[in-house]
Write a protein that binds this ligand. Structure first.
Ligand code: F0G
Length: 448
């Protein structure tokens, strides 16, 4: 097919490699069923030759596309005209240098950075991806959309759908979603369908529903969403003066972020805008550690795009035979069949990546550490610091390496996890409320 636009969709399966216009709407390769990627004809795009040019735009607060933390990098995700671009003010995030946590972990004090995505309009990183995916949805004239979710995707989809005037249905597993997130989906007017099953069941059902009813799918299977999520990495290196850190640490769930981050660095390197790529650590919860098991034990690898599908098929067949359902307090990453697995393997290849799994207890202690010393976050986000602790102990991450951890969601997304941790009094940082009589002298005695 002659693809003459600046951007096109391409199947990642090397034996297929089918290409499609961006104006077409699909979420899997219609020929072979594999994942789709967005590819660019870079020579037709006026990409600034210095990354600093993007930062200048942020000062234009009256121009929404310049102010957006996604669209001010628009030449690096140039798949739709400006008049279709959607923004609700996403990406106004900060990279916090956190000396206290660095010291606690035994790192050099100026080496740890927290990329706080909780500042997004819906309180998680998802808004970066939704700004891009909803722009594509507007471009193809979608009227109605859907997603499966462990919570944050549904909150973000509901918010963007509302501002785009689109109907929206979200699928969640019953009992598998933190209350803060469920409250958002309902409040923003999404039709919320609670399926008796886990996220992987919802993911399967939503694809079938979207195919049958022609709804626009907003999970990270959607390659346009991942284009928006690349900008999280642009903002990290921007905050470091366009210097690349030594490590990026990210939680792994459906593996959209890790996939997008790898693609971001690959493209920046190819464009000559950076001279090296960082290493990437992807952190699973032990109760949902498909990636860790496949990469570290089954030796699954990108293998120059020839991924051994049989290893994956056998693994999933075994999960099915055992009726396995993942379980972790980090409900956001409670996923055992990550849809972006192959793209994540590519990211691991590009970024010399490494994968680890951490326990719920480690996640909750790390979450409390982050809460105590800086920015609160939800459990899945704290897997980054818990994972970093492992990597420092193993000597894989050096104490003086510059590390950026992506805190993917706001602490208030899952207030129950926080309250339970502190009230339980068992955690390293538990800080329960102290009962006091309604008496001034008694109260004063209690003040530390
Ligand atoms: N952190 C948070 C707070 C999340 O909500 C998610 C995913 C992840 C990490 C994992 O990111 O999928 O890119 O590896 N949440 C999805 C949802 C699955 O439905 O909200 P990933």
């Amino acid at each position: 097919m002659a693809i003459n636009d600046v951007a096109y969709q391409k199947c990642i399966n090397p034996d297929c490699g089918a290409e499609f216009e961006c104006q077409e709407s699909m979420f899997k390769c219609p020929r072979c069923g594999d994942l789709l990627d967005i590819q660019y004809n870079w020579d037709k795009i006026p990409v600034p030759n210095k990354l600093g040019a993007f930062a200048m735009r942020w000062a234009n607060r009256d121009r929404l596309l310049d102010f957006s933390g996604v669209w001010r990098f628009r030449e690096l995700l140039s798949f739709c005209p400006d008049h279709h671009k959607v923004t609700i003010g996403e990406g106004q995030t900060i990279l916090q240098s956190n000396r206290a946590i660095a010291e606690h972990l035994g790192m050099e004090p100026d080496c740890l950075f927290l990329q706080y995505e909780g500042l997004n309009p819906s309180g998680s990183f998802k808004d970066n991806g939704m700004a891009a995916a909803f722009s594509h949805a507007m471009m193809v004239g979608a009227r109605s959309c859907a997603c499966a979710s462990t919570g944050n995707t549904s909150a973000s989809v509901a918010l963007y759908a509302h501002s785009c005037g689109m109907k929206c249905t979200v699928f969640i597993g019953s009992g598998r979603i933190a209350f803060g997130k469920l409250s958002q989906a309902m409040d923003y007017g999404a039709q919320t369908i609670q399926i008796q099953g886990d996220f992987d069941d919802c993911m399967r059902q939503v694809q079938a529903v979207c195919t049958k009813l022609g709804l626009y799918l907003l999970n990270s299977l959607n390659p346009f969403r991942l284009e928006g999520q690349k900008t999280i990495m642009y903002r990290i290196i921007e905050a470091l003066g366009w210097d690349v850190p030594d490590w990026i640490v990210v939680p792994g769930g459906n593996l959209g972020n890790s996939s997008a981050f790898g693609k971001a660095f690959l493209e920046l390197k190819q464009l000559g805008l950076i001279d090296r790529v960082p290493r990437m650590a992807i952190i699973n919860a032990t109760g949902a550690d498909t990636l860790t098991d496949l990469v570290n034990n089954k030796k699954l690898a990108w293998n120059n795009s020839h991924v051994n599908q049989k290893i994956i098929d056998d693994y999933y067949a075994d999960l099915t035979a055992r009726h396995f359902s993942p379980h972790t307090c980090a409900s956001a990453i409670e996923i055992s069949r990550p849809v972006n697995l192959k793209k994540c393997l590519r990211a691991i290849d590009v970024c010399n990546g490494i994968v680890r799994a951490v326990t719920d207890a480690e996640i909750l202690d790390a979450k409390a550490l982050i809460g105590k010393h800086g920015l609160g976050c939800e459990p899945a986000s704290a897997a980054t610091i818990a994972g970093l602790k492992h990597l420092l102990a193993e000597g894989i991450v050096a104490k003086d390496a510059r590390v950026a951890c992506v805190l993917t969601g706001h602490t208030l997304k899952d207030a129950n996890a926080t309250v339970d941790y502190h009230k339980d009094k068992q955690g390293e940082f538990s800080n329960p409320p102290i009962e006091a009589p309604n008496d001034l002298n008694e109260i004063i005695k209690l003040i530390r």
